[in-house]
Design a protein. Structure first.
Length: 401
């Protein structure tokens, strides 16, 4: 089994070790060392990256048989028995340390504030998540847990690594004791949190930086909490601050008033939309007659083809069907990449058949009934060309092919 050097020193970034085995695989080589400071994918934490003898390490995982740390590299030269040098990517290691220690602190904070245990955790490239044993928590509880976690960070508690037996753990407020034998590696954040863990961690809680909850999601009867730590939390705050400042300047208001300003504008927009819809319904009979006068006629059937890119697509179905009810006609109305097709009852063709012919000949996806059909995904750069070609297609259908 590989000796894991990071167990006792997460800050060890440069080490030497002898090669135990080399195996060629499809994506390169798998290298096992006698001892390694590389952290493998495990416990929800991402693996380290870096180099071995100058070659890039692209993956690190734990072997299934004996717990060996397997390093994956695209290129490799040294044989078994050789001594090689490993260098850990400092930025990625420190980022993962902050996330993992931050997760321990936040998980304990939710226990203290809400009695909510962490049932799983995942530390991602940017965002990290914990899944809590509660299905729902209100905003005040989330804020209290977040505030407690950040207070622990600011108090700069020392973080220790202890190796304790099951009996020694019985008198400590440990979150969960694994079902294993022997001594357990315990990460201790001052007197605030004790957790059995094999990951890399900071030496002091202040190194974690800001801990910020950024999203909540109900999942399998649990609550998934997405959070950020350190510089990533700061970058998230900066992006949101810039957005809020831009909106405040746009609406000439203080950021505290943004919600009420936006709600007022939303209500006004909704009222205007209702008014527009009402006016459009009143004008629709006039539009039906206008289309009758301005389009071709074949065998007494009006061929109505028209584009309405500035109109709500929802209204075009009503317009197309009103046209085909008012007089014998085939109506094809276009909005962006969509076609709305309606055909009067009793004609030699119908909307469903026309839609199938259009999709076969041109493009798009859709379908419908004999009275009405809809197609989406029409290429915008060729839409006008397609619409001009439809007159010939419809003429053939009305003439019986």
């Amino acid at each position: 089994m590989t000796e894991r050097l990071y167990y006792n020193d997460s800050y060890l970034l440069d080490f030497k070790s002898s090669v135990e085995s080399v195996r060629k695989i499809d994506r390169g080589f798998e290298i096992v060392l006698k001892e390694s400071a590389f952290y493998p994918d495990s416990g929800g934490q991402l693996h380290d990256t870096g180099t071995l003898d100058g070659e890039k390490v692209i993956d690190v995982y734990t072997g299934e048989d004996n717990g060996e740390v397997v390093h994956v590299l695209e290129n490799w030269k040294a044989d078994a028995g050789a001594t090689v040098r490993g260098l850990i990517d400092k930025a990625r290691r420190y980022e993962n340390m902050r996330k993992h220690t931050g997760q321990h602190i936040l998980s304990r904070a939710f226990i203290e504030v809400a009695g909510a245990d962490t049932v799983s955790a995942h530390l991602g490239e940017t965002e990290s998540t914990i899944e809590l044993s509660r299905a729902e928590l209100n905003d005040d509880v989330i804020y209290d847990a977040e505030r407690l976690a950040n207070r622990i960070v600011l108090e700069n508690h020392p973080i220790r690594i202890d190796y304790l037996t099951r009996d020694e753990l019985k008198n400590l407020p440990i979150r969960k004791i694994p079902e294993l034998e022997g001594k357990f590696r315990i990460i201790r954040v001052g007197e605030f949190d004790y957790t059995a863990c094999g990951g890399t961690h900071c030496r002091h809680s202040a190194e974690v930086g800001i801990i910020k909850v950024v999203a909540l999601e109900k999942l399998r009867g649990h609550l998934r909490v997405t959070f950020l730590c350190g510089l990533q939390a700061l970058e998230d705050y900066a992006a949101k601050h810039n957005a809020v400042t831009a909106l405040s300047n746009r609406f000439t208001c203080h950021f505290n008033d943004l919600e009420s300003v936006v709600m007022k504008l939303t209500d006004q927009n909704s009222a205007l939309r209702k008014e527009i819809t009402s006016l459009q319904k009143k004008l629709m009979p006039f539009e039906v007659e206008r289309l009758k006068e301005n389009n071709d006629e074949i065998h007494g059937v009006r061929i109505v083809i028209q584009s309405y890119d500035d109109q709500d697509p929802k209204d075009l179905k009503d317009l197309a069907m009103q046209v085909t009810r008012a007089y014998d006609s085939v109506a094809i109305l276009a909005s962006q990449d969509k076609l709305f097709i309606s055909v009067s009852e009793g004609l030699p063709t119908n909307a469903k058949k026309l839609a199938a012919l259009i999709m076969e000949k041109f493009a798009g996806k859709g379908g419908g009934s004999p009275a009405f059909a809809q197609i989406g995904g029409i290429p915008m750069d060729r839409r006008d060309e397609y619409l001009r070609s439809l007159v010939k297609l419809i003429r053939e259908e009305l003439s019986g092919g």
